[in-house]
Design a protein around this ligand. Structure first.
Ligand code: NOJ
Length: 476
């Protein structure tokens, strides 16, 4: 059956028979000719999620506070005063949500553990109820033919550890090791795919450089030590997985965006290189044994102060795969007023980008192709999973349906570019959509909806969006 016909049938079979594209989104009926088979029989399809964003249950069954519990309860930190206290209440709804995931024909559930749910004080006493919760999720996945992929750290540091300095304190290497030991020893017999960190650049820069995310710290005096200790934990966590789960596939994930100069190749190009370091190179290069990319961003030289003898060796790990997480591209313009990096991102609106998401990110499908190429070019990167990709649009529920055609289109066009890279010989082994459920989008609160499934946060009702239905058909 041709895809256009398929879409027509899906539309007709859904509750609202009168389907009008939302907004002026005209090309909704344009289906590309791509098929799941083009990606090969072993290609893994799934969704990615994160503990704080979906779980809720922030203070029950023995869970300790995380930096996000603290930060969201401070006035003025999060848009509309939102917080993740309840969010999608995945803690109580996980069975329904995993059943929905199965119904979408997805075979991978990527999730993270909440450190303070299993170790309320960050170290020491273990909260058995927290361990039991993750066993229940893992078992529900396995019973439904879904592979559980666990991320050790997706940004929710225990507050007790932040009180001692968090990622700025070198002791975090010990704390993180204890946590990684706990997870791998408890879940290693069932979980065979592990990711150490989620987007280290995001949580160090947003949380310890510009203070936009928890724990709200600022400045290079916080950022540089946080970077070094994070890069150390990235490899140390992987060594612990290898030791405790010898048959595991071990990866870690990176936020990354293809960067381009604004106008003048020469002038803006230099600024672009500095942004490239920050956005794309800072954490992968030390893992590959290349050290920190200080040449291209001299302010990083300050990191030396935190590097002890033997550390540079310890930053290396031979990862089985890396996770590429991409949403958009960045266009960079020189700006001498901005300290150290001396350049700024030109916002999509200012450069008249045609398609912009609710996050104010440009829809630029070719960006994922270009960034995959950039990462695949590193010697030592042998396998790539797209561990996150997706888009937030202003969804509307009507007649029990969400006609998010723009998102369907986004996924199709990004997937085409993933396929393009794969067909050029890059070993891309899977693709995980961000994300299953609408959820708590950090400092943006609940407004940006990224889910394949709409969540009514008042009633906890789930409604599979058109994009979810599209995946269901595509993956059939
Ligand atoms: C990056 C993060 O890993 C995730 O937590 C976030 O919600 C999405 N991308 C979208 O911003």
């Amino acid at each position: 059956m041709d895809r256009r016909e398929l879409l027509r049938l899906i539309l007709m079979s859904s509750a609202a028979a009168t389907v009008m594209p939302t907004k002026a989104f005209g090309n909704v009926l344009k289906y590309n000719s791509m098929s799941k088979l083009d990606f090969g029989p072993d290609f893994k399809w799934g969704v990615a999620t994160a503990s704080y964003q979906i779980e809720g249950a922030h203070s029950i069954d023995g869970k300790g506070a995380s930096i996000w519990d603290t930060f969201t309860h401070e006035k003025g930190k999060i848009k509309n005063g939102h917080n993740g206290d309840v969010s999608c209440d995945f803690y109580h709804n996980y069975l329904e949500d995993i059943a929905i995931l199965k119904s979408l024909n997805m075979k991978v559930f990527r999730f993270s553990a909440s450190w303070s749910r299993v170790l309320p004080n960050g170290t020491g006493t273990v909260n058995q109820k927290g361990i039991d919760f993750y066993h229940k999720i893992i078992d529900a996945c396995l019973e439904n033919g879904i592979e559980p992929w666990m991320t050790i750290y997706h940004w929710d540091l225990p507050q007790a550890l932040q009180d001692k300095g968090g990622w700025v304190n070198r002791d975090v290497i010990q704390w993180f090791s204890e946590y990684a030991e706990l997870l791998t020893k408890n879940f290693g017999s069932k979980v065979k795919n592990w990711m150490v960190l989620n987007e280290p650049m995001s949580f160090t820069a947003l949380g310890y450089l510009i203070g936009y995310h928890a724990p709200g710290k600022r400045g290079f005096k916080n950022f540089l030590p946080a970077v070094h200790h994070t890069a150390y934990c990235q490899a140390e966590g992987a060594r612990i997985i290898r030791k405790n789960v010898p048959d595991a596939q071990i990866g870690t994930t990176f936020s990354c965006s293809h960067v381009e100069p604004w106008k003048d190749e020469k002038r803006d190009g230099k600024a672009m290189e500095r942004w490239d370091v920050l956005l794309n190179r800072l954490f992968i290069e030390p893992a590959l044994g290349m050290g920190y990319p200080v040449e291209s961003l001299p302010v990083l030289k300050g990191i030396k102060k935190y590097v002890q003898k033997g550390d540079m060796e310890k930053l290396k790990f031979d990862f089985d795969f890396i996770g590429v997480q991409n949403y958009t591209r960045e266009v960079i313009k020189k700006n001498g007023l901005i300290p150290f990096i001396k350049g700024m991102e030109v916002s999509p609106k200012d450069r008249d980008a045609k398609e912009i998401t609710e996050m104010n990110w440009e829809v630029y499908p070719e960006g994922i192709y270009k960034i995959i190429k950039q990462f695949a070019a590193y010697k030592g990167v042998n396998k790539i999973y797209i561990t996150e990709n997706g888009a937030a649009f202003p969804d509307v529920v009507a007649n029990n349906a969400v006609k998010d055609f723009q998102r369907v289109d986004y996924y199709q066009r990004y997937l085409e570019q993933v396929l393009r890279a794969k067909n050029e010989g890059i070993n891309i082994a899977g693709y995980f959509s961000w994300t299953l459920l609408d959820n708590f989008e950090w400092s943006e609160g609940f407004k940006p909806r990224f889910g394949l499934v709409h969540v009514d946060f008042e009633t906890q009702k789930r409604t599979i969006k058109e994009s979810g239905l599209w995946f269901r058909e595509f993956l059939k």
